[in-house]
Design a protein around this ligand. Structure first.
Ligand SMILES: Cc1cc2nc3c(=O)[nH]c(=O)nc-3n(C[C@H](O)[C@H](O)[C@H](O)COP(=O)(O)OP(=O)(O)OC[C@H]3O[C@@H](n4cnc5c(N)ncnc54)[C@H](O)[C@@H]3O)c2cc1C
Ligand SMILES: NC(=O)c1ccc[n+]([C@@H]2O[C@H](COP(=O)([O-])OP(=O)(O)OC[C@H]3O[C@@H](n4cnc5c(N)ncnc54)[C@H](O)[C@@H]3O)[C@@H](O)[C@H]2O)c1
Length: 447
């Protein structure tokens, strides 16, 4: 039994690494267990490779405009292996940087899976046991396959990052973040894309007006979206897969990608041995300070029911370690977390949607919208329009929701999220001199 550590962290993704680094900064002796590549989902099969593919798709879109603007026409097809080499080099640099930082911080990295054997002990897969006053569980999540015949034949987002070419014809099942993002990427990179959405909307945590406009943008781009359509089964058809669903064609797809949510990865974590409670969806139950029901055991990130976003896992882990080792207690404020879907164009939100604001504040809600064509799209006469929306409340018109769909929405939103969190009013926006000509200026000019 090794008991030289104050903290053992299980999982070296966004939350686990952030927690390990912050605890070590405060002087704790830390061991980190991670059997896979450092950085977890975000770095290896999530945010980072996804954003790289999104950037490739954005470049493809701009190349499509080039000839219309007077640049000589050129072949726009992406050579995936070349691009993937750039993407993976970028990721390898992140791995190397984490490795160096761990060494510098004196954190012991054990490239092993861990399992709880009691409230303060972890058994590594090589049989070595570690004991520590505190344990941080940060094992993240895994894609869920719906319970239907043939589900095992389909790909998930994990598989997508091993693809080396755009499939000629691809179906996505799901209408959330991943389905919308990968549909946009694949369409821009040359696939014929169909999306099967069980409900009536894309990403239903976002404002309904913006998601309707995004669905229209996708249709204009050539993506076929089947709303209210539950896939019943998948069948092998030659080298492809046939989708069995109302309204689906007989013709098989070259690939079917399931994007139907993710589940917490606790299956082999030994939670029962330590008596750690989970909820009915399998998430580890934590309080607002990320303590579990067992003294000394904490959890952050996608393994909990927190919003499954990298910055949320990081913020929770840092605050936890500041409290445990740095004498600074500031629980994570789960309200007003800004988030972006990397669609084409991107769509971001912070605060309440119009519907949520009306539920909470009734008639005191005041909504402003601006629909416009960004200059590049006007120059090439592309139909894509931006749609920005402000949700305000009360006589002072306090801004409680900002919703942006359009070019650069992903980059514009962060600064306005700070302002919303600080409690700005519509007058504060109007008092701010615009930056012209930009899309961002529409936020301060909306009347
Ligand atoms: C396709 C996709 C795109 C995404 N895009 C974005 C985005 O653009 N922006 C954003 O904010 N979020 C995005 N996310 C979500 C984001 O990736 C997650 O919220 C984030 O990675 C969660 O961090 P985590 O530390 O909780 O878990 P993870 O990053 O999943 O890390 C968990 C780690 O624990 C390890 N582990 C599991 N079991 C054990 C064990 N028993 N012992 C030791 N180690 C173990 C795993 O190997 C893994 O490395 C995306 C997710 C996906 C799937
Ligand atoms: N840009 C980002 O920040 C980003 C990008 C990707 C993922 N993520 C995070 O990862 C999480 C997981 O992404 P996701 O897209 O897998 O999940 P999601 O929760 O966003 O969407 C899941 C979708 O699958 C549908 N669905 C569920 N079960 C189904 C079934 N049996 N048949 C048909 N449809 C079904 C749901 O109705 C929903 O539309 C997200 O919630 C998000 O927090 C974030």
């Amino acid at each position: 039994m090794h008991s030289d550590f104050d903290l053992v962290v299980i999982g070296g993704g966004s939350g686990g690494l952030a927690g390990a680094f912050r605890a070590a900064e405060h002087g704790a002796r830390v061991a980190l267990l991670e059997p896979g590549p450092l950085g977890g989902t975000c770095v290896n099969a999530g945010c980072v490779p996804k954003k790289a593919m999104w950037l490739a798709a954005e470049v493809a879109g701009k190349l499509g405009f080039a000839a219309r603007l007077g640049f000589p026409a050129q072949d726009c097809a992406l050579d995936w292996p070349t691009f993937i080499a750039h993407r993976q080099r970028y990721i390898a640099n992140i791995h190397a940087s984490y490795q160096q930082r761990l060494e510098k911080a004196g954190i012991a990295l054990l490239p092993l899976r861990g399992r709880l054997t009691g409230p303060d002990t972890v058994e590594c897969e090589d049989g070595v046991r570690l004991q520590a006053r505190r344990l941080l569980l940060a094992t993240g999540g895994q894609p869920v396959r719906p319970d239907m015949p043939g589900a095992e034949l389909a790909a998930t987002s994990d598989d997508f990052f091993h693809w080396t070419a755009a499939p000629a014809r691809v179906a996505l099942v799901g209408g959330g973040y991943i389905a919308v993002e990968l549909a946009g990427v694949l369409q821009a990179l040359g696939s014929a894309v169909e999306v099967f959405v069980r409900g009536q909307r894309l990403v239903d945590s976002f404002d309904a007006q913006l998601t309707a406009q995004l669905a229209e943008d996708y249709r204009q781009a050539g993506i076929r979206i089947h709303f209210g359509c539950s896939v019943e089964a998948l069948e092998q058809a030659g080298s492809g897969l046939r989708v069995i669903a109302p309204g689906a064609d007989e013709a098989p797809f070259d690939e079917v990608l399931l994007a139907t949510g993710r589940r917490p990865d606790t299956g082999t974590l030994g939670l029962e041995a330590a008596g750690v409670k989970t909820d009915k969806r399998g998430h580890i139950v934590v309080d607002e300070r990320h303590d579990t029901n067992v003294d000394g055991i904490h959890a952050v990130g996608d393994v909990t029911a927190d919003l499954p976003l990298t910055p949320v896992a990081i913020a929770a882990a840092r605050r936890l370690m500041d409290r445990l080792y740095g004498n600074r207690d500031r629980p994570l404020d789960a309200d007003n977390i800004a988030t972006v879907v990397f669609s084409h164009p991107p769509m971001g939100k912070v605060g309440l949607t119009e519907a949520a604001a009306r539920d909470k504040h009734g008639d005191a809600v005041h909504v402003l919208t601006a629909g416009f064509r960004p200059m590049l799209h006007a120059l090439v006469d592309s139909p894509q329009r931006s749609l920005f929306k402000l949700v305000c409340v009360g006589a002072e018109r306090r801004v409680v929701g900002i919703h942006l769909l359009g070019e650069a929405a992903d980059e514009i939103l962060q600064g306005f999220a700070v302002a919303l969190k600080r409690g700005i009013t519509l007058d504060d926006l109007h008092d701010t001199v615009a930056i012209h000509p930009t899309s961002a200026e529409e936020v301060v000019l909306m009347r």
